[in-house]
Design a protein around this ligand. Structure first.
Ligand code: FAD
Length: 324
């Protein structure tokens, strides 16, 4: 039995929280299997020994570091393929997110491995890993066993808890490789912050969430104004993220983030089951919808039937006035 390998995403000198959760989970499972949990990072000069050595705190034994383009799937697939080929890892874990999906799928094709996405739990049975993922609108759980030499597990965002295990610095191993010709076919032209990406919506006490009822991308200004006076952040449904109105980082639901703020104010959101599963744990749910029969009212603490274009600005003014 080989070890567990975890891909760690990073940006501007900081390690990604989902990836740290995946390393923590990988380390826990590796201990149960009696193997090591290692990590892979791909990038440039900001990947210092000091930074990536901290992965030892989350249970990583070795960190394989390769110099290469960040934020693109193909080079990472090359690196992981080589690390697995050289060291015989039996499982790979990703923390989730679009890049994890892309790398995991590519790696599965490259190594003829089984892959399970949107995983919310992993257990050890008979000395092997079993991945659990919710299906049918989260109403059922499917369990995947892996055959063959490699099993790939891609977590749902925030499915794996970040846990420091008190380990010392991880050993850093530099990987030398020649990238496949096709890995250089795509290059990163620009990288920048998305609107709203500076706020961590999982930590916000108040979320003002917008849906298709906002009418257009500019409609989000109404949510941003109210979130601003309430000291909260803005969230979104998949419908508006898919339409390009708001960034994926703000998406709540089955294929987005799960949140539990003190107040979740849903404006122009119908309340589809796939959205509900990401926000139903909120302490107070307030919904504004012009359709009195919208499903969101079935699980709201307070419902306002009306036009959000009139109600949101009034709410913003009222909060401002109250604050003086
Ligand atoms: P709509 O369903 O179109 O609702 C818009 C609402 O706005 C309506 O209720 C309407 O009455 C109201 N409205 C319109 N104008 C106004 C106005 N002026 N004032 C007040 N109200 C108004 N969705 C997610 O959100 N998150 C996910 O993670 C997610 N994952 C999915 C995964 C799968 C596999 C699938 C199949 C779907 C997923 N979806 C997800 C999509 C989900 O099924 C819904 O399509 C989506 O949530 C609907 O978004 P919405 O509420 O913004 O839009």
């Amino acid at each position: 039995m080989g070890g567990i390998l975890v891909y760690v995403l990073h940006y501007e000198g900081a390690l990604n929280k989902n990836s740290l959760g995946a390393v923590s989970e990988g380390a826990k499972l590796a201990a149960e299997l009696g193997v090591d949990c290692d990590a892979v990072v791909v990038g440039g000069g900001d990947l210092t020994n000091e930074l990536i050595g901290t992965l030892g705190n989350y249970g990583a034994k070795k960190v394989y570091r390769a110099e290469g383009a960040e934020g693109l799937a193909q080079p990472v697939i090359d690196v992981m393929d080589k690390v697995i080929g050289d060291n015989g890892h039996s499982y790979v874990i990703f923390g989730g997110g679009l890049l994890g999906f892309e790398i995991g799928a590519g790696l599965a094709a490259r190594r003829n491995a089984g892959v399970t996405m949107e995983v919310t739990g992993v257990s050890v049975e008979g000395g092997k890993l079993v991945a659990e993922r919710p299906i049918l609108g989260d109403s059922q759980i499917s369990r995947s066993h892996y055959k063959g030499d490699l099993g790939i597990i891609i977590g749902r965002i925030n499915a794996f808890e970040v846990k420091e295990s008190g380990g010392g610095a991880a050993e850093v191993v530099d990987v030398q490789l020649e990238y496949s010709p096709w890995s250089n076919q795509a290059t990163m032209v620009q990288r920048g912050e998305q609107r709203g990406a500076d706020v961590n919506i999982e930590d916000a006490n108040v979320l003002v969430a917008g849906g298709r009822g906002l009418g257009k991308a500019e409609g989000f200004q109404l949510c941003e104004d109210l979130a601003g006076v309430l000291g909260g952040a803005v969230a979104a449904t998949r419908a508006v993220v898919d339409a390009g109105w708001y960034p994926y980082a703000a998406q709540i639901g089955q294929t987005g983030k799960s949140v539990a703020p003190k107040l979740y104010l849903a404006a122009g959101i119908s309340g589809a089951i796939q959205h509900k599963v990401g926000m139903q744990a909120s302490e107070n749910i307030v919904a504004i919808n012009k359709d009195a029969n919208a499903p969101i009212f079935e699980f709201s603490d307070l419902g306002i039937v009306g036009d959000l274009n009139k109600i949101l600005p009034k709410l913003t003014e009222a909060v401002k006035a109250k604050k003086g």
